[in-house]
Design a protein around this ligand. Sequence first.
Ligand code: GLP
Length: 264
Amino acid sequence: MLVIIRRDSRQVSEEAARIVAAAVRAKPTLVLGLATGSTPVGMYHELVRLHTEDGLDFAKVTTFNLDEYLGLAAEHEQSYHYYMNEHLFRHINIPPKNVHIPDGQVPGGYESYCESYERQIQAAGGIDLQVLGIGKNGHIGFNEPASSLASKTRVKTLTMETIADNRRLFKPEDTMPTCAITMGIGTILQARRLLLLASGKGKDRAVAKAVEGPITASATASALQIHPDATVVLDRAAASRLRNRTYYQRVLKMTAKLTPNRLW
Ligand code: GLP
């Protein structure tokens, strides 16, 4: 795992966008896994800027989003469909047919729907680079504590903690969904590269569990430890509980010197 620590959330966004942009430039047909939440907003903003000002080309890119709330229509302002259109898709040149987000309104038959989402990922050649955020309880996607570390796309019941965390984004009159369709940990681990972003003090414990804790279904982000190519980009606040911060900075310098390609 490569741990990159930057000053603040703005620098985290710029670093993440730089990594994604480099991956798109290196492979124009990139299959890109995307995440939602407040953390990657700045990265999307920067990717839009790179598209508009530097001609970053998404014409051949295919995307797969991690998750969607069960029961929300794509037009609902808190749906991840709406989020992705607002923050990225409507500003770039990705063909709509290349965009995949789990359908929160699939009418039952969840199992076969989730299997078809997995098949679509496989048919696209698998995910080259998966962007991830992290929940306060250490979840990635909506893989709540006790999610199997081999899980595939499925419906998950949200914990009360996650419901409370994400409630702030809904209007008071909205009913907050209590379930979501999410890629599983097994799905995420099959991606060729992982890029997890975290910023702010509120994420420090989750980050410490993910990076330095035991591999456990109680904090599913810890599964990154068994991935061969995972990069974690943190701001100082989110990294503040890591015991080996200084060591990670030395590793980064040495990696840049010895294997600059590793940094994309
Ligand atoms: C939700 C999403 C996760 C995201 C998490 C953290 O639970 N399913 O993918 O990482 O929120 O969101 P934020 O970045 O707003 O803290």
